[in-house]
Structure formats: structure tokens, C-alpha cells
Design a protein. Structure first.
Length: 318
């Protein structure tokens, strides 16, 4: 609640944005230099990917602030070691202004800002490959004369795990490399969605899905802005009742089963909070886990489950 007033008066509302962070010259200059320039890496009709530079360890965390298409302030917490972030859930052909704050102990926060316009809804989005399976392969296969240039190849797209509200996907790149990926699918209302993914990633979690529903996902590998290869898969989200039965069964495990569990979770702590999100952090003092699942209930009391990679030690719940 303490951050609400700051959210309501985003620097984007003021014409002289540069003069907003008033601090003595001795503090402002080095802090601004540490933040580095905020740049737009890519845009889609529903998202913007931002990138920045700066020395490691300059800040404990960042906060990205912007206003959505309805003018409501939003704040997205980001880990201090990150160098890029994807902002999803945006509207097509809309201008957004983003402000990034660096947060570090008692350091005075200084912001940098940039603007981005989301792409127009592309005509190619409505006819997703799932609707024309018999014609998709010929459309993406290039002439024989071009084939030798396209060395990057996508492996199989697999479903790692599902919950009633999300799907986790995994893939490989057996040959070459891609600059980035784009995951396309249709939501429960039939609207096309596109999720940009960093070229070094090999898995992604798709949140905000509906229970017991079949989704078809299409992963594109891009070189620059050109789509080089694509793979597809289907997944059915989990059933809420089955999920609850499984949770109950886990809590009723006999004590005899406990000594067999070698991996141990440390304390779950709150790293940071905003009016619309919470960042959590944890440790694994003993052993290792294949994956994690974070469960909670939303503001409407509906159960939510967020799958997390086993190598992670923090997560932001938006």
C-alpha cells in the first residue's frame, strides 16, 4: 500500500521526465551511469522486450513501471542480475512509456525511461498453424537454393508439466542457434497470443490458461526478424479437482516416507512486493529438485499453480 502513491504519479505523466529524479549531482550521475540505457529489443502486438546494460552487482533489483492500455499503473519487479525483460499482456498499436528504477540497499533510486509502440495485429496471426496442418510444412520449407543458409534447427517441442492454469514447455536446438524465439497460441477466448523468448532459453512457462482445456502451441526460431524454423505441440491443462486430490494425498503421506526424501527446501522469503506482484526467494541447503510448484489463491479465491524450473531460486508472481 505504501507504493500506491508512487504508482499513481508515474514520471510518464510529466513532460519534463529527465528532471524527475531530483538528487544531488554527486549521487545522480554515478547511479544513472550504473543503470545504463534502456532499449527496446523487440515488439509484438501483445508484448515488448526491453534490454539494458550495466556492471554486475550494481543493484539488488529493478522495478519496471508503466501504464496499461486503460491508464492503470503497473509495476514489474526484476532480479538484479537480469539484463532483459519481456512485458506481456499489452494492446496492439499502443504507445507505452517504461521507467526502470535501480534498487540497492539505501541507494537513492534513479530511473531511466524509454518508449515503445506495440505492433499492429498481424493478418497472419488469426490463421495459426493449428488450423491448417495440411499446408503448414510446404509454406515454411524454403527453396532448395536457400536451404544451406538456414543452419539453425529446432528439436521437438515437449510438454514438461501442466497445471490447471499453466503449461511448461521444453525444446532443444540440435543444430546452430537462434537469436530469439516466439511462442504462438490462442487463449481460451480464441484470441491469438505471441510470447517472445530469449534465444538462450530452452523452456518457458505459459501462465493464465483455463483448466481442462486443449491448447496448441507453435514455437518459431528467429534469426533477426526472420522465422527460420518452427515446431508445434498440444497440451491439455490440468483438472482443478484432480489437482486438489493430489495435494490432499501429498499432505497425508505416512511419516515412513519422509526419510527417503533427501532434498531439503530452505526458508521461503519475500524479496520485494508491489501493489500487483510479489517476488519470492528460497534456498536448497541439501540435495536438489527436478522442479518446483508454487501454489496460491488469487484475489477471487481461485487456486493457482505456477511451475518453476528446478535450477531457479526466485520467482515473481504477477
Amino acid at each position: 500500500a505504501a507504493e500506491e502513491p508512487e504508482e499513481q504519479s508515474l514520471p510518464s505523466e510529466e513532460p519534463h521526465e529527465k528532471s524527475q529524479p531530483e538528487a544531488p549531482a554527486s549521487e545522480a550521475l554515478p547511479a544513472r551511469a550504473e543503470l545504463g540505457e534502456l532499449r527496446v529489443s523487440s515488439v509484438t502486438p501483445s508484448s515488448v522486450q526491453l534490454h539494458w546494460t550495466g556492471p554486475e552487482g550494481s543493484f539488488d533489483s529493478f522495478t519496471l513501471q508503466y501504464r496499461d492500455a486503460q491508464g492503470q499503473p503497473q509495476a514489474l519487479p526484476i532480479d538484479g542480475g537480469s539484463r532483459w525483460v519481456t512485458v506481456p499482456g499489452l494492446s496492439p498499436s499502443h504507445r507505452y512509456r517504461f521507467h526502470r528504477h535501480g534498487l540497492g540497499g539505501r541507494k537513492k533510486t534513479v530511473l531511466v525511461a524509454t518508449e515503445a509502440v506495440t505492433a499492429a495485429a498481424e493478418p497472419e496471426e488469426p490463421p495459426l498453424p493449428s488450423e491448417e496442418p495440411q499446408h503448414k510444412k510446404p509454406q515454411t520449407e524454403p527453396p532448395a537454393s536457400e536451404a544451406p543458409l538456414m543452419r539453425a534447427v529446432l528439436g521437438e517441442l515437449r510438454v514438461s508439466s501442466v497445471t490447471p492454469s499453466s503449461v511448461q514447455l521444453h525444446w532443444t536446438v540440435p543444430e546452430g542457434s537462434f537469436d530469439s524465439f516466439t511462442l504462438q497460441y490462442r487463449d481460451a477466448q480464441g484470441q491469438p497470443q505471441a510470447l517472445p523468448i530469449d534465444g538462450g532459453s530452452r523452456w518457458v512457462t505459459v501462465p493464465g490458461l483455463s483448466p481442462s482445456r486443449r491448447y496448441r502451441f507453435h514455437l518459431y526460431g528467429l534469426s533477426g526478424r526472420k522465422k527460420i524454423d518452427h515446431v508445434s505441440t498440444e497440451a491439455v491443462t490440468g483438472d482443478e479437482e484432480e489437482e486438489q486430490k493430489h495435494e490432499k494425498l501429498q499432505t497425508e503421506m505416512p511419516p515412513s516416507a519422509v526419510p527417503m526424501v533427501q532434498a531439503v527446501l530452505g526458508e521461503l522469503r519475500v524479496s520485494s512486493v508491489t501493489p500487483s506482484s510479489v517476488q519470492l526467494h528460497w534456498t536448497v541447503p541439501k540435495g536438489s529438485f527436478d522442479s518446483f510448484t508454487l501454489q496460491y489463491r488469487d484475489a477471487q479465491g481461485q487456486p493457482q499453480a505456477l511451475p518453476i524450473d528446478g535450477g531457479s531460486s526466485s520467482v515473481t508472481v504477477p
